[in-house]
Design a protein around this ligand. Sequence first.
Ligand SMILES: [Zn+2]
Length: 422
Amino acid sequence: MPYAWPKDADFTTWELDVLDRHCPGCGRMMHICDHRYRHFHTLTGPVELVCKLNHCPDSTCSGHARTKSPELEVTIAQPKWAIGWDVFCWIGHRRFSRHWAISQIQSELFDGYGIKLSEDSLARYVRHYQVMLAARQEDPEALLRQYEAVDEIILSIDGLQPEKGHETLYVVRELTQKRVWFAEALISATADEVRRLIAQAKTWADRLGKPVALWLSDRQDAFVTGIAAEFPGVPHRYCQNHFLRDVAKPVLELDSHAKVQMRKKVRGLRKIEQAVLKRHEVETAGDPAQDDAQAAITATGGPAVPLPLEADPAGAVVLEYCAAVRGILNDDQGGPLQPPGLRMAEALDEVRESIQRNLDEKKGGSQRSNWAAWPVASTAAASKSRPNKRRSAATSRTSRRLRRPLIPQRGVARTARNSSRS
Ligand SMILES: [Zn+2]
């Protein structure tokens, strides 16, 4: 589909010549007979590419009727594309490495580079990218180069279900080079079908001329029998992540139980938040701007986003504590090595210590350690005490510090997710 350029598009002109201008028919120097004008986006702005087309001046030569395009044209943009390779790679990377949604890629391209593409054409580029990537992944010569210095290879097979209810995608990976060799969606994963994939892995390994030192998988029957049949004598080990997950099962069950108990105990966040907002409402009655903000809060059903309570810094701190605690209670990240309940307990401990520091500060440093009373204490602080300057300065400092450990540990979460797949 032709791309509709805006009238005020500011093109940079690039000119391209044919490099080898000898006629393929008779060897004479060819002449420029026409120009092809192309327009496409690059990350540095829209480009008008002028391709000088050549043909043989001898009308009796076979090189006369056929024009020759500049050799480098396809290295800048594929025919009929509205984007150059740089934009294409940018899109593919966002989609497949960072898993962005098409709509996110679309808005980011427009906001960051002024490149406007429809969702349809973006989806088409993404498909092109996928096909090219697959072709490159399976290119035997590229594979040979990558495995030149490798002595032996370690293979794994696993079934993944990208979306619940869909067919399972069987993935064969080579672990020394951390490379997906191939993947296939099997609607019925019979022993024969699975064995076919394992046989394909054998073909690949033979083609590389490298011995397979080890197979890793879970204990699905089809894997166990298929690998034994195709790779006799090659050790086959139960994947340690699966092993760890099974060993950790009773721990995770207890952890999950502890989490439920903690959630039962730490309650009443909404009540506290409503008390703060109510007091704020009374104090700012008659201020139309604040009324709007209040209405927005009511409409969304809860103070998910704390109000800018400049007039009530203590109330703002209480709201931040509530948001932080809610975040902790809703955080389900973690795996066998970082059980979510344990992380929750640690985070709640930090909140408790932080609140206690505030209380100590208020009392002039008195050592109070009545932990059990803390939710009551915070409610009381929110609804009764008037903030004084010294206290609010201290609490807002604390709340800023408080935020840090509450951000889910991304690295940890990712590791846990990945490991549960293999
Ligand atoms: Zn010629």
